[in-house]
Design a protein around this ligand. Sequence first.
Ligand SMILES: CC(C)(COP(=O)(O)OP(=O)(O)OC[C@H]1O[C@@H](n2cnc3c(N)ncnc32)[C@H](O)[C@@H]1OP(=O)(O)O)[C@@H](O)C(=O)NCCC(=O)NCCS
Length: 365
Amino acid sequence: MERRGTITGWGKCVPPVKLTNADLEQLVDTTDDWIVERTGIHERGISHVEVTDLAEVAAHRAIAAAGLTVEDIDLIIVATVTPEISCPSQACTLQERLGAWNAGAFDINAACSGWVYGSSTASAMIEAGVADRVLLVGAEKLHFVMDYWDRSTCILFGDGAGAAVMEASTAGDGVLAHDLGADGGEGKTMVFPTLGTRGEILRERDPAIDRLHFEGQNVFKIAVRGMESSVRRALERADILPEDVDLVVPHQANARIINAATRRLGIPPEKVMMNIANHGNSAAASIPMALNDALDEGRISAGDIVVQTAFGGGVTWGSTVIRWGERTTRVGKADIELPPTDLTVFDLLADNRAFFAPYHEQSDD
Ligand SMILES: CC(C)(COP(=O)(O)OP(=O)(O)OC[C@H]1O[C@@H](n2cnc3c(N)ncnc32)[C@H](O)[C@@H]1OP(=O)(O)O)[C@@H](O)C(=O)NCCC(=O)NCCS
C-alpha cells in the first residue's frame, strides 16, 4: 500500500476569556440577534497569553493523544497569520518551548486556509519520505489585528489553537487527495496591513492604516464558490462521490458560508462539523479545533471519509480528503493548562480600543 500521512493525535487550546455577543453590544452598535442570524457566532476566545502559549498547550495535547513524546516529532509546521514575530518563525519558537529537538520547523501563511495547506504539506512530506511524524499546529491571536470599534469585522474573529500529529501509514488510511488554490488578484478583499515590512522604518503605527481591511460580501461569495469547487476537485482526485463523504470539517468562518457551500455539494447538515458558535473564526486554528471536537463527540469512526476545506486571505482555498485510520480516541492526556487570569475581556481589549478611538472620532467607517 502507498505510504500516506494519517492523523494519530489531536488537541486544542481555547482561551478562558470569552467575548460574548452581549459584550459586543456594549462595544459597538450591534445585537445578539444580528450576529447569530448573520454568522452563527455566540462567543469567541480572547487570549490573555501569546500565540506560543496557545500552540504549546494544543501541541502537548495532540502529542499525548498520539501516545508519543516530543522527541518523536521530526517536523513541526505552524500555520498562522498572527505569528508573534516573523523570525524566528512561530514553529521554531514552539520547538524551543516544547524541547522538540529532533524536529525541523517552519511556518505556513495561507491565512484561514493555512491548516489545509499545512495538512497537505505534512502529508506530502510524509509520502516523500522527508518526515515520519509531523506536528501540525494552527494557532492565532487574531484580536491583536482587529479593530474593536468596527462592528463589521470585530464580531467575527476569535483566538485559539488546534494541533494534530500526522504519522506515516501504509494501511490505506491517511490523506488521499488534495486541492490547493489561490487568486492573488482578489487579495485586496482581506488585508492585514500591519504585520510586515512595507513602508518607512520610522513610520509610527497609525489606526487609519493598521486596521483590517475587509470586503465582507465579496469574501462571502468567493468563499462559497471556492470551497464548493475545491471540495469537488479533491473528491474527484480521490475518486470519491460527495454522497460517500462521512464528515466535512470546514473552516469556521460563518455558519451561512458553510451551509451554502455544503448545500451546493449536496452534503446534508448532519455530515458537517460546526463549532463556530463558541469560537468564531479563528483562521488557521479553526479546522483543527473543529476536528478535535468532532473526534471528542464521537463523530468520526475508523475508515470514514473526512473532508477538510477552507478559504481565506490571499485569497486562498484548499481541501484535503482523508480516509480516517484506526485512532479515534486519545492514547494519552497531557497534564497542561494555560495560566489562569483575573482579567476581563474589556481589560484585554482596552489598549485596542484606545489605539483605534481617534480613527473613529474622525471617520464614520
Ligand atoms: C461580515 C458579514 C457577516 C456581513 O454580513 P452581510 O449579511 O454581508 O451584511 P452586510 O455587510 O451586507 O451589512 C448589512 C447591514 O448590516 C450592517 N452591519 C454590519 N455589521 C453589523 C453588526 N455587527 N451589527 C449590526 N449591523 C451590522 C451593515 O452596516 C449594513 O447596514 P446598511 O445596510 O445600513 O449599510 C458577511 O459578509 C460575512 O460573513 N462575510 C465573510 C466574512 C468572512 O468570513 N471572512 C473571513 C474569511 S476567512
